[in-house]
Design a protein around this ligand. Structure first.
Ligand SMILES: C[S@@+](CC[C@H](N)C(=O)[O-])C[C@H]1O[C@@H](n2cnc3c(N)ncnc32)[C@H](O)[C@@H]1O
Length: 290
């Protein structure tokens, strides 16, 4: 079978399975099977698929038709135009989360020697995207899952950023201190889905994303409460900034939590769909004394 015919057939199957981007998915899986860049699939358009490759390709299309995310199949997801390894233990980086990276960059001088703490680092995508843009910055990514940290560490190495990024296990829900020094900026995309809504999410997420990356407790805000309560301690007496990714409709409640903890909201940032996706806030010891 020619590559173009296999692609058309795959796209038909994925359309029937209600994949959002059937042809794109088929092209990515074909490129992955053939070990080439997606843009080069066109060059193979009129070539025959080797029988083993075709079998492999069809097996991948079948997995995709059962809602397995493309990135879970290929093991790679692009974020901030950088390639990130993903594993079954990590959340697949989402384009919406680039809003947080853009927000930090908007407020941080290119050469600032800032120290960044990434709470719930997963693949390390937020921290590593920032370090790729801020050559004098350094950071620590923490996560409750040791296996996500192994993936983040590998991503740091692959992106030549391991000299400025450290990764360590830390659970913000318990009271064991984080002994990594003080930070200027805290970033986090914590789990924020209300527990009762997880089963109703699209299958790709409900079935394939790790529960620890989703579950925000009964109202979705459990992790914001803990992170906001702990953040001033990560800054020490000099204060600092926090950037939180939020779920739909959570901006008002998260701003209230920040205000109650003595933060001043600086700005809310919107994603490409126009939804409030990130809240940035400032903590200064002076604010508390006033
Ligand atoms: C929504 S994912 C975000 C991953 C990554 N930062 C991103 O934006 O793609 C949340 C992450 O928080 C971690 N996590 C959940 N509960 C935690 C806790 N109590 N302490 C530390 N990390 C936690 C999860 O393992 C997961 O990697």
């Amino acid at each position: 079978m020619l590559v173009k015919d296999a692609l058309r057939e795959a796209a038909r199957k994925l359309t029937a399975a209600e994949a959002a981007t059937p042809l794109l998915d088929a092209e990515i899986l074909a490129a992955f099977t053939l070990g080439i860049e997606r843009g080069d699939v066109l060059l193979k358009w009129d070539e025959a698929f080797a029988p083993d490759d075709l079998k492999h390709f069809n097996a991948l299309v079948k997995r995709r038709a059962l809602s397995e995310p493309v990135a879970r199949i290929t093991g790679v997801q692009e974020f901030w135009s950088l390639p990130f390894k993903v594993t079954p233990d990590t959340l697949i980086p989402r384009p919406d989360s680039e809003t947080l990276v853009a927000a930090v960059l908007e407020r941080t001088g290119k050469t600032s020697p800032v120290r960044i703490l990434d709470l719930g680092t997963g693949t390390g995508c937020l921290l590593l995207a920032l370090l790729s843009e801020l050559p004098s910055a350094a950071g620590v990514g923490v996560d409750i899952s040791k296996r996500t940290l192994e993936c983040a560490f590998e991503n740091a190495k692959n992106l030549n950023l391991s000299g400025r990024a450290r990764f360590t296990v830390f659970d913000w829900m318990n009271d064991i201190p984080l002994n990594e020094g003080l930070f200027d900026i805290v970033i986090s995309n914590p789990p924020y889905i209300p527990a009762g809504e997880i089963a109703g999410l699209e299958l790709e997420v409900a079935k394939f994303a790790p529960r620890a990356a989703l579950d925000g407790g009964p109202d979705g805000l459990d992790h914001y409460r803990r992170i906001i309560a702990k953040a001033p301690g990560f800054f020490g007496g000099k204060g600092g900034q926090i950037y939180l990714e939020i779920g739909n409709g959570q901006a008002g409640e998260v701003k209230t939590l920040l205000k109650e903890a003595g933060f001043i909201t600086l700005e809310a940032y919107h994603d490409l769909a126009g939804k409030t996706r990130v809240v940035a806030a400032q903590f200064s010891v002076q604010t508390l004394i006033d």
